[in-house]
Design a binder for this molecule. Sequence first.
Ligand SMILES: Nc1ncnc2c1ncn2[C@@H]1O[C@H](COP(=O)(O)OP(=O)(O)OP(=O)(O)O)[C@@H](O)[C@H]1O
Ligand SMILES: [Mg+2]
Length: 479
Amino acid sequence: MSNKVLVVDDKQMMRDSVTATLQRAGFIAVAAADGESALKLLARHRPGAVVTDLKMPEMDGLELLQRMRQADDQLPVVLMTAYGTVDAAVSAMKQGAFDFIQKPFEGDQLVMVVRRAVEHHRLLQENAALRSSTRTFQSEPVLVGRSAVMRSLAQQIQQYAHSHGNVLIGGESGTGKEVVSRMIHAHSPRRDSVMLAVNCAALSTSLLESELFGHEKGAFTGADQLRKGRFELADGGTLLLDEISEIEPPLQAKLLRVLQEGQFERVGSSFSMQVDVRVIATTNRDLSRSVAQGQFRQDLYFRLNVLPLTLPPLRHRAGDVALLAEHFLVQVGLREGRDPKRFDEEALVLLQQYPWPGNVRELQNICERASVLTRGAIITAEMIRPWLAAPTWPSSQPSAHTPLPTIAPLPHEMVSPPAATLAAQVKPLEEMERAQILETLRRFSGNRQRTATALGIGVRTLGLKLKKWKELNLVEQTI
Ligand SMILES: Nc1ncnc2c1ncn2[C@@H]1O[C@H](COP(=O)(O)OP(=O)(O)OP(=O)(O)O)[C@@H](O)[C@H]1O
Ligand SMILES: [Mg+2]
């Protein structure tokens, strides 16, 4: 967040004294003698506030105010007015000035107004980052693992955190690329600034471009509002670009420029912005191969791959499985306010032997699901075996081609007293499943995504089940 203030005044003495006062108070002050050069400095320095004289020969303070707010409608502008020009000051406030200060003023007065303005800007920026569709991160990242490879990884994370270089993290899906990138940010000098994430595979090229770089109002059909991009919102912080290999060549060029020079333009604008963003990119493809095949720019690859890191699949560090499992069971316990459950010996052996195609994420799903479905304190091998063996289970990321995972048959211990016939057994099973789902839904206040995650099923599967039960009047219609 910017501690910079842009000072605009045509009179050198005034400019120098305001600049000096602000610098003594700890701000970084940048000065301009007229409106045009102020607009140029604005793009280059991205100040947190502007202090401008009202009366200037070419572009006056009011016009400058308007032009600046066109570029950034959140930028606080403070006007310095001469004694007796209160009317002009009032109309400036109506046009969106943050405040005005009447000449002659004391240094303290100036510092106070500017402090408020900069703080106001910081809050607006933070809110914008939180409101955006991009994910931000609230909780502390935790990296569990005692295997040799995880230990050396922890060391590497520390080293990388203190460097400014971009990081490229490779590894299969669910191996912990996001956790690692959050750790790097959390231990870096940027830790107090924001970290944002964009999934490059989730958006079309044009949507991704405006997501990353923002757009001006009217830049294209549907752009009815100015929108700041992630590079602008992450200024001073870290931007996580997931699945970087999926970026198309035209955007690769734009990305290269922002990585090289810190410069970019919003879509529909010719105004260059200057930002300071550290990029962490992830990929589950071999990016050097994409380069060799001509799908990914080599210069961009080198820019991203300054600090490379590869996460090993979970099957290569079976020694971490028990520890991770315990960690996830404790997390569920904490979330639900009860003692954590435990796997018995046989169950742990089973977990350690399983190849984990969905890696840590899959283990986490199994742990949460077993926690939810086990009545007692101990999770048995019996309970988890069907989930580990089922051919369509687990699928870490269901695609259009893989059938969505459904709830696997429940092991015998869980079923209510054995019924006489097979036909009779089917119904209690369904009822149990329904009760389980309804209870989980209640626990998460009706949030389907969290319920589905906790149960280890797809949110679509959950939706279909609820729909069916509603049609059969088995559950309340309001669910
Ligand atoms: N070493 C670890 N310790 C604790 N939790 C972990 C660890 N590794 C992964 N996790 C957890 O596993 C889940 C998946 O991890 P993450 O999202 O970082 O994977 P990813 O490599 O980014 O996956 P994808 O490629 O699918 O985006 C997360 O919930 C994360 O908290
Ligand atoms: Mg990820």
